[in-house]
Design a protein around this ligand. Structure first.
Ligand code: PLP
Length: 392
């Protein structure tokens, strides 16, 4: 079991930036190597039967490189226990199985990651788990839904994907706890550099580490961070018993990414803010979704609970064909799924990331395009967007 982040930090780090660099990253005591070695061994020699070295027995149950990442994750989210998985969805699956029983229902935000909805509706649904959907940014709607029928879990993404809706985490946590529900925040979009949901009252933080934590589009991973000891024990058991753990090289790449998270998120936010302003002044753009814009309905809440507005900007064009054409016309913004890497990406949700929720309550409007704004020079990014808009 992971100890408290303070106990794991070998330097007196307090601030986010320092924890991201140092937590779990003590130098190797044998050689003094400043970067802890990557451990590939699948098994560990025992000093007599049952004589384990620091608890390590077999690669699925524990690996020092994974431990280093888990300590770093707990520290940067300000949580007591962190668990690293082979993907964001593997992390979600472990959490849902740890908490839910047949007959339970999950109340899901209306534009959460399509794969989360698919996991609940199509994998856990046949095992007797129910899912219903509500606009989580509307706390009255959440309260009304909870008054109608209980939910075991409230699951929110804020900012949401791809419409960048903002939910007041403090308010949602209060509502959820009054109703006896576990409050889960998927913090993939903001990352802990900009928002720390546990400190705002959430019970669990979920990550697709594939996105900003890894940050370079070269590793798939996921994570859970929780404070509650009993829940952590259940998650740890499932991580071991089901086995969707991150491999050593994946864990190392994620750790390396996290060390630069603070500076990357600052630059992503600056660039995205400039892109959002540019787009909102452009005549061909019908609407810009970005919580940093003063007219965004969640702007004030975002300004309160985030320390930057993040790197994702969505825009609406005149219609579906215009949106498709735009997404296929940018050059520096590469047309690809995913987000959160140093390079800029463009995505047409209706046919790409959100194709699995087409025709459901979670469907994304056909005129919407999502941008993952990278850390390139802002002038190059604006010139690229301007060029693609000129072709419409
Ligand atoms: C990508 C993503 C996931 C799923 O993570 P994988 O690493 O692809 O399994 C979950 N939530 C959000 C918000 C995501 O963007």
């Amino acid at each position: 079991m992971t100890e408290s982040p303070a106990a794991r930090t070998t330097v007196p780090a307090r601030s986010f930036e320092s924890l991201a660099v140092h937590a779990g990253q003590a130098f190797d005591p044998t050689t003094g190597a400043v970067i802890p070695p990557v451990h590939f061994s699948t098994t560990y020699a025992q000093a007599g039967i049952g004589g384990l070295h620091n608890g390590y027995e077999y690669g699925r149950s524990g690996n020092p490189t994974r431990t280093a990442l888990e300590r770093q994750l707990a520290a940067i989210e300000g949580g007591l226990h962190a668990f690293s998985f082979s993907s964001g969805l593997a992390a979600e699956d472990a959490l849902l199985r740890a908490v839910l029983q047949p007959g339970d229902e999950v109340l899901l935000g209306s534009d959460v990651y399509g794969g989360t909805y698919r996991l609940l509706a199509r994998v856990l649904g046949p095992w007797g788990v129910g899912v219903r959907v509500v606009d989580m940014s509307d706390l009255d709607a959440v309260a009304a839904s909870l008054a109608e029928r209980p939910a075991r879990i409230l699951w929110v993404e804020t900012p949401s994907n791809p419409l960048l809706k903002i939910t007041d985490i403090v308010g949602l946590a209060r509502l959820g706890h009054e109703a006896g529900a576990l409050v889960v925040v998927d913090n993939t979009f903001a990352s802990p550099a900009l928002q720390q949901p546990l400190s705002l009252g959430a019970d669990v933080v979920v990550h697709s580490a594939t996105k900003y934590l890894g940050g370079h589009s070269d590793v798939v991973g996921g994570a859970l961070v929780v404070d509650d000891d009993a829940l952590a024990e259940k998650v740890k058991f499932l991580q071991f018993a089901v086995g969707a753990v991150s491999g050593p090289l994946d864990a190392f790449l994620t750790t390396r990414g996290i060390k630069t998270l603070a500076v990357r998120m600052q630059r992503h936010s600056e660039n995205a803010g400039a892109v959002a302003e540019f787009l909102s002044r452009h005549e061909r753009v019908a609407h810009v979704y970005y919580p940093g814009l003063p007219d965004h309905p969640g702007h004030e809440i975002a300004a309160r609970q985030m320390s930057g507005f993040g790197g994702i900007v969505s825009l609406a064009l005149a219609d579906g064909p215009a949106a498709r054409r735009f997404a296929e016309s940018t050059r520096m913004f590469q047309l690809a799924e995913s987000l959160g890497g140093v390079e800029s990406l463009v995505n047409y949700p209706d046919e790409m990331t959100h194709a699995s929720v087409r025709g459901t309550e979670l469907a994304v409007p056909v005129e919407v395009v999502r941008l993952s704004v990278g850390i390139e020079a802002i002038d190059d990014l604006l010139a690229d967007l301007d060029g693609a808009l000129a072709l419409l």
